[in-house]
Design a protein around this ligand. Sequence first.
Ligand code: ADP
Ligand code: MG
Length: 236
Amino acid sequence: KGEREEVIIEKLKSQYKKINVNKIKNFDDFPLSKATIKGLTDSGYTVPTDIQRQSLGLSLRGQDILGAAKTGSGKTLAFLIPVLEILYCKQWTRLDGTGALIITPTRELAYQIFETLRKVGVHHDFSAGLIIGGKDLKFEKSRMDQVNIIICTPGRLLQHMDENPLFDCRNLQVLVLDEADRILDLGFQQTMNNIIQNIPKERQTLLFSATQTKSVQDLARLSLKDPMYVSVHEHA
Ligand code: ADP
Ligand code: MG
């Protein structure tokens, strides 16, 4: 099984550079794993939204992304799909630990991302966990080793980094900063700086925001490497 999987993965990756945004109609026009396509189809997602179409090729190729698109434009799948594909292509297993960290401003948003990931990622074999507070810290702590995809709020994440010996993101491949403008509006600037200092430098970072404020630009400068700027405008 392992060898065949490697052939499939190499074939997918070889198609990344040929992605032509103008020719993409449906998700299955992108070179995505069967598991992701099936998860998307099962969940009723067939046609990518603008921000998904514009950013997916770049994020699959390993680029850092600074994505701007208004609320409701589908930013969640614009980062969940690459997270799944990156871990899939690296043949990530539960033993590899935390490979993706998704930071979002509020518990409610974290739950929503978790639910979407559960649906779209159901045919993959990755574990996912929420670090959002509200629950007993001890409970969260005991479960945080070996979680492949962590979805979290900034304050609670930093608390785990400081206090939880089981928390280990040395293998981290992808960092997602979701709704970055709101994270900063809530006063998490310093917390974000501390988090970014605590995670591996060699990683891909996807930053999405509804608006591009000065403080979002500052966070982008701190967290992204040669980012591709993807902005989806409303048509007037
Ligand atoms: P944003 O984060 O940009 O505010 P969301 O990712 O929360 O937007 O998506 C907004 C809504 O659009 C959700 O209900 C989601 O299920 C739906 N949605 C996202 N992508 C698609 C798609 N490709 N096709 C149909 N509906 C989608
Ligand atoms: Mg969102």
